[in-house]
Design a protein around this ligand. Structure first.
Ligand code: ZN
Length: 220
């Protein structure tokens, strides 16, 4: 079975940008049932900043695949199925990141060369470090024993969970793999084309368009 872990804010002012993701989850529930796919949707109502982390910790050692779809990420059913069915254990759908003051968006997946971080180029197959918005942590997940910020006993807020978890996860995978060349160690398989990241800042870029995926499922 695949567990879809989807954190949502309970703040009413966050509701507009969460609606499309909720609509996707509803459609996924319907479509997966029709297709006899084993999907359990786990909505995490984030009543505080650490609810998201607590749910990941509680699910980490379970024997199911976990796919995270964050509150403002809107894949299509096809994009979801592609990652769910991919034979790679760790997969990420790429989306745009953009923050106030940036000139243009960057892709949500990166890698290091020495101490320099680089964003992947369109079509790259693998990366070291994807953002958590749309990722598959296939089972069995490695036990996290090496600490690069995640297993230090502290609670992690949603806004630093990404860096803490991914750093620790990467370190553990790297050691498990026998410490290959660090710069070439890219355990995350990437999926293209980009997934919609439904934030107001990104909508001003002409190349970002709301997907028409809902037509795929509501017309049946
Ligand atoms: Zn994959």
């Amino acid at each position: 079975m695949t567990i879809v872990l989807s954190p949502h804010s309970v703040k009413s002012e966050d509701a507009p940008k969460q609606l499309l993701t909720m609509r996707f989850l509803s459609d996924l529930n319907y479509q997966a049932h029709r297709d006899s796919r084993a999907v359990a949707i786990c909505r995490v109502w984030c009543i505080d900043d650490t609810s998201y982390e607590h749910m990941i910790r509680s699910l980490w050692s379970c024997t199911d695949d976990i796919i995270i779809i964050e509150h403002d990420i809107v894949p299509s059913i096809a994009q979801y199925y592609e990652i769910m069915d991919c034979p790679h254990q760790f997969c990420a759908g790429v989306y745009y990141l953009f923050y106030e003051g940036w000139k243009e968006p960057v892709y949500s997946a990166s890698y290091w060369i020495g101490s320099e971080i680089h964003q992947v180029k369109e079509g790259d197959e693998y990366c070291q470090w994807p953002s958590l918005g749309f990722v598959k942590f296939g089972a069995p997940r490695p036990k996290l024993t090496l600490d690069d910020g995640y297993i230090d006993g502290r609670d992690h807020s949603w806004n630093n969970l990404d860096g803490a978890l991914q750093g620790t996860f990467l370190d553990n995978l790297w050691v498990e793999a026998g410490r290959p060349n660090r710069d070439e160690f890219k355990p995350w398989h990437l999926h293209w084309p980009i997934v919609t990241h439904n934030t107001p800042l990104l909508q001003k870029f002409e190349r970002i368009r709301m997907p028409l995926w809902h037509k795929d499922t509501t017309s049946k």
